[in-house]
Design a protein around this ligand. Structure first.
Ligand SMILES: NC(=O)c1ccc[n+]([C@@H]2O[C@H](COP(=O)([O-])OP(=O)(O)OC[C@H]3O[C@@H](n4cnc5c(N)ncnc54)[C@H](OP(=O)(O)O)[C@@H]3O)[C@@H](O)[C@H]2O)c1
Length: 248
């Protein structure tokens, strides 16, 4: 199996979905530049794999994101696919408000994507080609209990993708928004509630890569949870709110 991209940049690649996509895309012949804050974990992933290079950075640091992007392009050529996967999750509700967690979630989940776009988009626009993707979540389809800050950021990412798809397409750039359900990763390992249709990260990475190869606008999985939540979100609010409370 081979992939159509020469150089892929993945943020949030030190574990979970990002790591699994990096390993699989490297196996499929891409050169993969991986970023996250944990340099030791990135080095362990790249160890012995000449198709993976390490570019540690914090996605909230726009200057550093631009600097590592220039560095990786100088070494491996233009980034033709970016997977903006870094994310932060805290259980959050308004009655037990922790504004600092809201701030972190906004900084990583939204500004981390914006900073990635700031680094890659101008060159892609100049070249008239490229593929942008970011990882949102099915939690962005509609409000869910205890997900006030996370859900709000993921909803914003879906909204931003919907509004930007046509504009980017006219510049020759493909855009995909990735909406996973529950996947077993360090992020969900700390959850103390049932996670229906929980997937393994290897299977989730396969779905992500297949969707990216097909240049799908939305890449969402597992289908069972996706369709349940999509259905709930077309219901009138009086019914949606009742069902969501019951589930909670
Ligand atoms: N697992 C799920 O069920 C699920 C479901 C829907 C959506 N998602 C989304 O999928 C994406 C990946 O999550 P995951 O499940 O694979 O969790 P994960 O294993 O915890 O991965 C999160 C990644 O983000 C990186 N990261 C966090 N803050 C960062 C920062 N400030 N700068 C740079 N990198 C940062 C982490 O690396 P460092 O700590 O080394 O920086 C790590 O590589 C996230 O956007 C998440 O919201 C996950």
């Amino acid at each position: 199996m081979s992939a159509p991209w020469k150089h892929v940049w993945i943020t949030g690649a030190s574990s979970g979905l990002g790591e699994n996509c990096a390993r699989k895309l490297a196996e499929q012949g891409c050169h993969v530049s991986i970023s996250a804050r944990s340099e030791d974990k990135l080095n362990a992933i790249a160890d012995g794999n000449s198709n993976i290079s390490v570019y540690p950075c914090d996605v909230t640091d726009r200057e550093k994101m631009n600097a590592v992007k220039d560095e990786m392009e100088a070494a491996h050529g233009p980034v033709d696919l970016v997977i903006l996967c870094a994310g932060a999750w805290f259980q959050s509700s308004l009655t037990e408000m922790k504004p600092e967690n809201f701030q972190k979630t906004l900084d990583v989940n939204i500004m981390g994507v914006v900073n990635g776009l700031d680094a890659v988009l101008p060159d892609m626009i100049a070249r008239g080609e490229g593929h942008i993707s970011w990882v949102s979540s099915v939690a962005g389809y509609g409000g869910l209990p205890n997900s006030a800050s996370y859900g709000a950021t993921k909803a914003a990412l879906i909204n931003m993708a919907e509004g930007s798809h046509g504009e980017l397409a006219r510049k020759g750039i493909a855009l995909s928004v990735i909406n996973p359900g529950f996947v077993r990763t360090p992020m969900t390992d700390k959850n103390d509630f049932p996670m229906p249709f929980l997937m393994e990260p290897e299977d989730a990475a396969d779905k992500m890569i297949a969707g990216l190869k097909a240049k799908k606008f939305e890449i969402a999985f597992p289908w069972q949870l996706v369709w349940i939540l999509k259905f709930l979100n077309i219901l009138p609010y009086w019914l949606y709110l009742r069902i969501i409370q019951k589930i909670a």
